[in-house]
Design a protein around this ligand. Structure first.
Ligand SMILES: NC(=O)C1=CN([C@@H]2O[C@H](COP(=O)(O)OP(=O)(O)OC[C@H]3O[C@@H](n4cnc5c(N)ncnc54)[C@H](O)[C@@H]3O)[C@@H](O)[C@H]2O)C=CC1
Ligand SMILES: O=C(O)[C@@H]1CCC=N1
Length: 278
């Protein structure tokens, strides 16, 4: 329905994250017009097959970012954090009053955006994650002082095409990033390590992958379908005096909770370094 379609969108730097959002958006059927940019023509070609997507490369057209930004109502900035200021300086001259500018970048503040693009442009900061590809992202969104509540609602709607949205103050977005932004990588690491444990018990690569991966997929689907507390679902696997109990004791003895606290603290410290320009 026309009312459900989103205004025109540009994704500048449609790599792992920008490309995941692109796929979620296209999958939702709510994107009317999306233009994406990448450095190389090969990357651009890979995205040009998607319905309703115009895919440009800097290799073929060095003004691609300016072209894409000039035609969009909402611009997602998906380049690496270190490249953000240069990209903003490049597009600033073609931004129109009412353009909504959304950062995907870790550790780049709304202040940095506003300083470069000036007044009249609504700036919001987001922290999505790659399950956006399948519409199962978690995205944190912080609206800057320049963004109206209608603009914040529009950005929320855009990210809801890719999954769940949490609105939060900018002061908390780096902390959210350490959980859900980076989180898929933690899950994949656990899957890799469980697969390795299966290989170590003599299973073929194919069987080891199947048993580890399908266990994660099945457990996540069970959690989603039942809405039960994970601790309760764990209890249902852990028979008293049984085998799981021994394995859980080892994992808890290794202080997995402390390891996660330490890992997420390290990610948070890195976000602060990045915001300071390191
Ligand atoms: N990968 C992830 O899971 C997440 C990444 N982010 C943020 O997303 C941003 C991008 O990260 P990734 O997607 O992982 O990196 P990536 O390297 O996969 O994607 C960046 C893309 O930008 C393109 N690019 C480089 N220079 C460009 C330019 N001047 N103009 C247009 N395109 C250009 C490259 O072709 C590349 O495809 C970062 O700021 C990161 O902090 C945020 C949340 C999660
Ligand atoms: O690793 C990074 O810096 C980005 C932000 C969260 C996930 N990937």
């Amino acid at each position: 329905m026309a009312n459900d379609t989103l205004p025109s969108i540009a994704i500048l730097g449609a790599g792992s994250m920008g490309g995941a959002i692109l796929q979620g958006l296209v999958r939702s059927g709510q994107a009317s017009q999306v233009t994406v940019t990448n450095r190389t023509s090969a990357k651009a070609a890979a995205l040009s097959e998607l319905t309703g997507v115009t895919s440009l490369s800097l290799e073929a057209d060095p003004t691609a970012n300016v072209t894409a930004a000039a035609s969009a109502d909402v611009i997602l900035v998906g380049v690496k954090p270190v490249l953000v200021p240069e990209l903003l300086r490049e597009i600033a001259p073609v931004l129109r009053p009412g353009t909504v500018l959304v950062s995907l970048a870790a550790g780049v503040t709304i202040d940095t955006f506003e300083e470069i693009v000036g007044e009249g442009i609504a700036v919001l900061r987001s922290m999505p994650n790659t399950p956006a590809v399948v519409g199962k992202a978690v995205t944190g969104v912080s609206a800057g002082p320049s963004a109206s509540s209608a603009e914040a609602a529009l950005v929320r709607r855009l990210f809801e095409t890719c999954g769940a949205v949490i609105e939060l103050p900018e002061a908390q977005i780096d902390a959210l990033s350490t959980i859900s932004g980076s989180g898929p990588a933690y899950v994949f690491l656990l899957i890799e390590d469980l697969t390795e444990a299966a290989r170590g018990k003599g299973f073929s690569d194919a069987d080891a992958r199947l048993m580890a991966e399908q266990t994660f997929i099945g457990a996540a689907a069970l959690l989603a379908a039942t809405g039960e507390d994970p601790a309760e679902l764990r209890r249902r696997v852990t028979s008293p005096k049984g085998t799981t109990e021994r394995a859980i004791a080892v994992l808890q003895g290794a202080h997995l909770d402390g390891v996660f606290a330490e890992a997420t603290d390290a990610a948070l410290a890195r976000a602060k370094e990045m915001a300071a320009g390191a």
